[in-house]
Write a protein of this length. Structure first.
Length: 447
């Protein structure tokens, strides 16, 4: 349901209202187990292209999902109508589905009451933001592009959400969350520059800084030279690092590990990367998009995944965790990658200290080639440059690569402090820019 509906939506669902909804559903249910989840979101997006705003819309969506189980037979039904009659009908539909469904061999009842830590998931300035605020930020980016006679395109978005999970076991979790995003692509002839950001606070998007960075990349990208494919020292900016590390995180799945099909099989508690590297989940970090609880109502705790290069734990679903006697299931929705030792204060310092390397702004279209050793393929984009004697000397035509991050990150030569990295494929992470001694570019692309 959206803002264009004939009947306007009421205000955002409160904790008390969700508790009322949950109690009504649980009272109506005749199933052995019942789980109620709420997703109530209000937000919008401002889009611009060719230095003009082309869309500025708000949407409102809300749904309640009811999952019931008779023994191990489950059924789920969803409604966007929060009235008592609709909720009762939704329970009946879920029960009808459950009765004709096959038994789930991995079924587990909903979890019981949980304790949740404080998580900075909502910011007042984002809650208050609307089309006018987003338009202001979009026009700021457009103005910077016009000053340089370049063409800019991108988005500014903001949203607030009420999220709830409840069950007949006594589970009740509710949280308000906000999120704002900015992304821009600047074009100068055939060259492009790109930057993006995301934050709980719309006032922390750093629109001017990100726009100037994209403009600078687009200007620098003119007249790229073509270098032969091969193995090069690389400087990977945070977005490029995040692209590679997102695959490391996705491959931490416990079932694949136990089957022996994971690239980490047999390596739990053993070193898998440079011994100075650590990866943590930091849901309480003010610059990350941490949450207080998962979709099943489990807490999202701070946790350590890689410590001094050694793999510490795996990603478990509840069934596998129970089978492996894992009592606390770790999550990794707010990843922070850090490297011990002397750090460069900025990307500029990292470049200045490098004699020769390929600077990569971002990777895109990353896919697995060999899951057993996590060899990936993908392409550079939005700014690929040759660095010599501490300076960017020219743009370089984009490369395709074939490389495993597990091999590439066996040795890190230099790095910065963790910085924001936001891409369309990775969400948001805090990661350093890094210098790697060797990275395999397998071919040159046509653009």
């Amino acid at each position: 349901m959206t803002a264009t509906s004939a009947k306007p939506w009421p205000k955002m669902t409160s904790r008390e209202e969700f508790q009322f909804i949950a109690e009504l559903v649980l009272k109506c249910s005749t199933a052995d187990h019942t789980l109620v989840t709420l997703q109530d979101q209000d937000g919008g997006t401002t889009r611009f292209a060719n230095n003009q705003v082309v869309q500025n819309v708000n949407t409102r969506r809300g749904s309640v999902a009811v999952t019931v189980a008779f023994g191990a037979r489950q059924g789920t039904a969803t409604t966007t109508d929060f009235t008592a009659g609709s909720l009762r009908e939704t329970v009946k539909r879920a029960e009808a589905i459950a009765r004709v469904s096959p038994e789930d061999p991995e079924f587990l009842p909903p979890v019981g009451p949980q304790e949740y830590g404080a998580c900075p998931a909502a910011r007042g300035e984002t809650i208050k933001a609307g089309p006018a605020v987003r338009l202001e930020y979009a026009n700021e980016a457009i103005g910077q592009c016009r000053m340089e006679n370049l063409s800019g395109a991108g988005i500014v978005s903001s949203s607030r959400a009420a999220v709830g999970v409840a069950a007949g076991t006594g589970l009740l979790a509710f949280e308000e969350r906000t999120e704002a995003r900015f992304s821009i692509t600047v074009q100068s002839g055939d060259a492009t520059g790109w930057a993006s950001s995301a934050h709980r606070s719309i006032d922390r998007l750093k629109v001017q800084e990100r726009t100037l960075s994209a403009i600078h990349k687009a200007i620098q990208g003119a007249d790229p030279q073509e270098l032969p494919p091969g193995r090069y020292r690389v400087i990977l900016e945070p977005a490029a690092v995040a692209g590679l590390w997102s695959w490391i995180i996705w491959m931490l799945e416990a079932k694949a590990y136990l089957k022996g099909t994971s690239p980490f099989a047999g390596k739990l508690k053993r070193r898998i990367l440079d011994k100075r590297i650590s990866l943590e989940n930091a849901p309480g970090h003010p610059d990350l998009l941490g949450v207080g609880f998962t979709s099943e109502g489990l807490p999202s705790p701070a946790s350590r995944w890689i410590h001094h290069g050694a793999l510490q734990q795996l990603l478990y679903d509840r069934f596998t965790a129970k089978a492996q006697q894992i009592s606390v299931i770790p999550t990794i929705e707010a990843p922070c990658l850090s490297i011990d030792g002397t750090q460069a204060g900025s990307l500029a310092q990292l470049i200045k200290s490098t004699d020769r390397a390929i600077l990569v702004t971002n990777f895109w279209y990353l896919r697995t080639v060999n899951p057993t050793d996590l060899t990936l393929t993908g392409m550079t984009r939005d700014g690929t440059f040759l660095v010599e004697n501490g300076e960017i000397v020219s743009a370089v035509k984009n490369f395709r690569f074939h490389e495993s991050p597990l091999r590439a990150f066996q040795q890190v030569e230099a790095w910065t402090v963790p910085m924001e990295a936001v891409t369309s494929e990775t969400g948001k992470m805090l990661v350093p820019a890094v210098v790697l001694p060797e990275f395999h570019f397998s071919s040159v692309t046509r653009f």
